[in-house]
Design a protein around this ligand. Sequence first.
Ligand SMILES: C[S@@+](CC[C@H](N)C(=O)[O-])C[C@H]1O[C@@H](n2cnc3c(N)ncnc32)[C@H](O)[C@@H]1O
Length: 253
Amino acid sequence: MLVPRIFAPWAEVLLDHVVLAPGMRVLDVATGSGPVARCAARRIGLTGHVTATDIAAPMLDVARGKPPVEGGAPIAYVQSAAAPLRVESNTFDLVTCQQSLQFFPDRLAALREMKRALRPGGQLAVAVWTDIADNEWFTAIQKALRATLGAEAAAVIQAPFRWPNGEELKRAVEAAGFPNVRLSRMDGTLTFENGLEQAIAALVAMPIAPILATLSDATRQAFHQRLRDEARPLVKGVALIGKMASNVAIAAA
Ligand SMILES: C[S@@+](CC[C@H](N)C(=O)[O-])C[C@H]1O[C@@H](n2cnc3c(N)ncnc32)[C@H](O)[C@@H]1O
């Protein structure tokens, strides 16, 4: 539900920031179900190679379960933390990390590992969401959670947006040894083409799902009703459309 609407389109945005050519070697750190890895595989073609790592075996199982990218590079999945990273040094033409750095316990160590993996002159591309206030559907969820379930539940939906400062991202990349970091803010939208009820159904794919699953019917209905109220401004015709924004840092090793 979320990969085709959020992570796959943003993978295209991220890779539009770098130079990709046939035969390149790409590393995608914290690949999740692999949207960036698959997008890169398609862009570098059959002669290239993608390595995709993630700390979570279940995420890699989902990624491995997808059909091969037609006409694309093979993808090798490796279970690994971001630091230490189980890949060879001085190997990759491009290292990517989409919407994951904010979760790492030691961001600087992870960025240093990405630098180690890159060949001299290789490119780094990192994306991290900006403030939750810039990401409208998530703001609506946060407000509804806070109003009906309290601050602790609201903090769960806020987690992906907890490192929103682009200048901090830039400084961290520089501290890892990358000179000339290019920072940009990218704006986009999240669309649920069938509207609010479809968006509410997609909550089962979010980290908040285990909390929602424990609610009584009455509490869940109260939360849904509050969410409908909060999200009403995002309803455009039959669709729900919310703005999203991400910082993107690009650098060369
Ligand atoms: C929001 S998902 C993003 C996944 C993917 N990059 C995408 O764009 O769809 C964050 C990913 O980071 C991974 N992750 C979290 N902490 C990690 C760590 N310390 N080392 C490596 N991966 C980690 C999670 O398992 C998850 O797959």
